[in-house]
Write a protein that binds this ligand. Structure first.
Ligand SMILES: C[S@@+](CC[C@H](N)C(=O)[O-])C[C@H]1O[C@@H](n2cnc3c(N)ncnc32)[C@H](O)[C@@H]1O
Length: 215
């Protein structure tokens, strides 16, 4: 399948080759029900829906969880993209377009819903801190989870623990960003190492960046 991660003229956590590497992981497993923790501006969400639509027709779901501007329970230890503070773009045209013409906050439920409008019957966007909201979400049918939200040790452990409760023994996939040296975050690495060790789980490192856990 021809995979082509598009930026949709927005910011994404998966710039350059990383978007296509992510799509390759998705297409390797051909999931039907995908969860993304850390939606940001929705670019990976949109690319995920584009691919799921190609693979499954309309028979897929995408669930995205993000703070979307709501408060974190442990504000001080989270690492947020600096972009979120004042929505600055290196491209001046984007700056004018989003900040002065549309006056649109790209990391908001409204803005991401607009980007995913084509798939409105298949998607669910949830605003909140995963330390509070993840345990309230039904994760039983999730085949593939992309973990890219809060990057503190506590949040990564929280998210992995809750995901694993629902995905355990089902040979499903949890793909975690920011593990390897290409986008290393030490707390993320430490949390993933401790969690996989404690639960005796195999860890595959993808392109020195992602950590892939098969449940
Ligand atoms: C690196 S960005 C995600 C990038 C996105 N996956 C992409 O591919 O473009 C991290 C996102 O996680 C969100 N976030 C940070 N801490 C969070 C938490 N505790 N609960 C939910 N979302 C969180 C931030 O608001 C931010 O949008």
């Amino acid at each position: 399948m021809n995979l082509n991660y598009k930026s949709y003229w927005r910011k994404t956590g998966l710039k350059g080759k990383w978007g296509n590497i992510f799509l390759q992981r998705l297409s390797t497993y051909n999931p039907k029900n995908v969860l993304e923790i850390g939606v940001f501006c929705g670019v990976t969400a949109r690319n995920t829906c584009d691919l799921l639509d190609k693979i499954n027709g309309k028979d897929f779901t995408y669930v995205g969880v993000d703070l979307f501007g709501s408060d974190q329970s442990e504000k001080k230890d989270e690492i947020e993209p600096t972009f979120l503070k004042d929505q600055k773009f290196s491209n001046p045209l984007k700056n004018i377009y989003y900040n002065y013409i549309l006056r649109e906050n790209l990391n908001s439920i409204d803005s991401v819903s607009k980007l995913l409008k084509k798939y409105s019957d298949n998607i669910k966007l949830i605003a909140g801190d995963t330390n509070k909201v993840l345990k309230e979400i039904n994760l039983q049918n999730i085949d593939f989870a992309f973990l890219d939200g809060g990057h503190s040790y506590q949040t990564v452990i929280n998210d992995l623990t809750i995901l694993y409760e629902s995905m355990k023994g089902k040979k499903k996939v949890i793909l975690c960003d920011d593990y390897g040296k290409e986008s290393y975050i030490s707390e993320v690495e430490k949390a993933i190492n401790n969690f996989t060790k404690q639960n005796n789980l195999e860890l595959n490192i993808i392109e020195n960046r992602f950590a892939e856990i098969i449940t």
